[in-house]
Write a protein that binds this ligand. Structure first.
Ligand code: TXA
Ligand code: MG
Length: 361
C-alpha cells in the first residue's frame, strides 16, 4: 500500500512511565494523530476526544464502522463535567467503588462530545483506566482520550504490543509497549441510561461485584442477536453485542457441558479431522492438558479453571497463538460463568460465531 505510514514501537515502563516518552506520545495526540497504548484490560487506540479529525483516524486505522461508538477515557473525576450532563447517586457509588478500573459507564452525553465519538447517540461511554501509562497520557494531554481496542475491526482484542503491531502496522504512527495487559478482557460496559442498570458487555468487573454496590444491576441479555447488514447502517445500543465481533481469523468450535463429555466430544472431532490430515488447535484449561498432550493437536492451556482471572488474562493471547500456529480449526472448551467467567463465556461465544456444541454425558 502506498499510503502506509511507518509504525514506531517504544517500550515504556508500565509502573512508572518515562516522562520523555509520554511527552513524545502526547505530541502526536495533540497534532490530531492516534497512538496505541496499554490499559489494564487490552491495548487501546487513542485520540483526543475533542478533535473529530483525530477520531476519524481511529475508524480508518481499525476499519471500524462509524455506527460503533467509542469509550472516552479520563484520569480524574473532574473530567466527567466535560463529557456528561448529570451523575446519579448510583453512578457516584459505582465510580467510588470501581474507578480507576475496568468498568465503563454509559451516561447522558454532554453536547460538547463530538458525534463521531458517540455514533450520534444521546449517551456517552466513559471509563477511568487504572494503568499508569494510560493515566499519564490522559493527564499530559489534558483532554479525555477516546479509545477502542487497538485491533482491526472484528479481530480479537490485543493484549500485547506485538498483537497491536500484527493488526495495525503501517496504519498507526506509534505503539507504546508496556508489556502484557493484566485483566486481558475488555471493560464491563454498564448502561446507566436505561430503566434499570444493565450490563451491555460483561468484562473485567464481575456482575457479582457490581451487585454488591448496586443490587439491581441486570445481567446481559442471555442470547445475542445475529449480526446482519443493518449493523452497518444504524447505531446499535451496544454494537459490541454482535455475535461475530471477536472472531479469530481461524474457525472455532466451542464445546459446553460437563468436563468429561466436553473432552470426549473434542477428542472425537479431533481424531476425525486428523484422519483427514487437518492441522487442529485445542484451547483448554490446565486440568485438560493430560487428555490432549499426546493427541498431536497444537495445544494452548489458558490456566486453572478455578482461577477465572488467570483464564481471562490469557484468553486473547491463546486465540492469537493458535492463529499464528496456522491451525485450520480451533476446538475450545467453555468455562463456568462465575466472576470473570461471564466475560470469558461471552468472548468465546463470539469467537465461535454464536454457535455452541452442547455435550451431555
Ligand atoms: O477495556 C476496554 O473497554 C477497552 C480499553 C481500550 O479501554 N476498550 C474497548 O473499546 O473495548 P471498544 O470500542 O472495543 O468497545 C467499546 C464498547 C463497544 O461495544 C461499544 O459499542 C460500546 O462500548 N459503547 C460505546 N459507547 C456506547 C454508548 N454510548 N452506548 C452503548 N454502548 C456503547
Ligand atoms: Mg473492541
Amino acid at each position: 500500500m502506498s499510503d502506509e505510514i511507518e509504525t514506531g514501537v517504544i517500550r515504556v515502563n508500565a509502573i512508572q512511565p518515562e516522562a520523555s516518552i509520554i511527552e513524545y506520545a502526547t505530541g502526536i495526540l495533540r497534532t490530531g494523530n492516534v497512538v496505541a497504548f496499554p490499559t489494564e484490560t487490552v491495548y487501546g487506540l487513542g485520540a483526543d476526544v475533542f478533535q473529530p479529525a483525530a477520531l476519524e483516524r481511529i475508524f480508518v486505522a481499525k476499519g471500524r464502522p462509524h455506527s460503533d461508538p467509542l469509550i472516552a477515557h479520563i484520569a480524574d473525576e473532574a473530567s466527567l463535567e466535560q463529557l456528561t450532563t448529570a451523575l446519579s447517586d448510583e453512578a457516584k457509588r459505582l465510580v467510588a467503588a470501581f474507578w480507576p478500573g475496568p468498568l465503563t459507564l454509559i451516561l447522558p452525553r454532554s453536547p460538547r462530545v463530538p458525534h463521531l465519538a458517540t455514533a450520534g447517540l444521546e449517551t456517552v461511554a466513559v471509563r477511568m483506566p487504572r494503568h499508569a501509562v494510560a493515566q499519564a497520557l490522559i493527564r499530559a494531554l489534558g483532554s479525555p482520550i477516546a479509545a477502542p481496542s487497538a485491533n482491526r475491526f472484528m479481530h480479537v482484542s490485543p493484549t500485547t504490543a506485538q498483537h497491536v503491531l500484527a493488526d495495525l502496522a503501517g496504519r498507526v504512527p506509534l505503539i507504546l509497549d508496556g508489556g502484557s495487559c493484566e485483566v486481558g478482557v475488555e471493560s464491563t460496559v454498564l448502561d446507566l441510561c436505561s430503566e434499570q442498570p444493565t450490563i451491555l458487555r460483561p468484562g473485567g468487573v464481575s456482575l457479582e461485584a457490581l451487585r454488591a454496590v448496586v443490587p439491581d444491576v441486570q445481567p446481559p441479555p442471555p442470547r445475542y442477536r445475529k449480526a446482519d447488514e443493518s449493523d452497518q447502517l444504524a447505531a446499535q445500543p451496544s454494537p459490541g453485542q454482535m455475535l461475530t465481533h471477536y472472531a479469530p481469523a481461524v474457525p472455532l468450535l466451542l464445546y459446553d457441558g460437563n468436563v468429561e463429555s466436553m473432552r470426549s466430544a473434542m477428542l472425537a472431532e479431533l481424531r476425525q479431522r486428523q484422519g483427514r490430515g487437518e492441522r487442529i488447535g485445542v484451547l483448554v484449561a490446565d486440568e485438560d492438558v493430560a487428555t490432549f498432550s499426546q493427541s498431536g493437536a497444537m495445544m494452548y492451556s489458558l490456566g486453572n479453571v478455578a482461577d477465572p482471572a488467570q483464564i481471562a488474562s490469557s484468553l486473547f493471547q491463546g486465540l492469537r497463538a493458535l492463529e499464528d500456529a496456522h491451525v485450520q480449526l480451533i476446538l475450545c472448551r467453555q468455562f463456568n460463568d462465575r466472576g470473570l467467567g461471564l466475560a470469558i463465556r461471552d468472548r468465546l461465544l463470539k469467537a465461535a460465531g454464536g454457535r455452541v456444541i452442547e455435550c451431555s454425558p
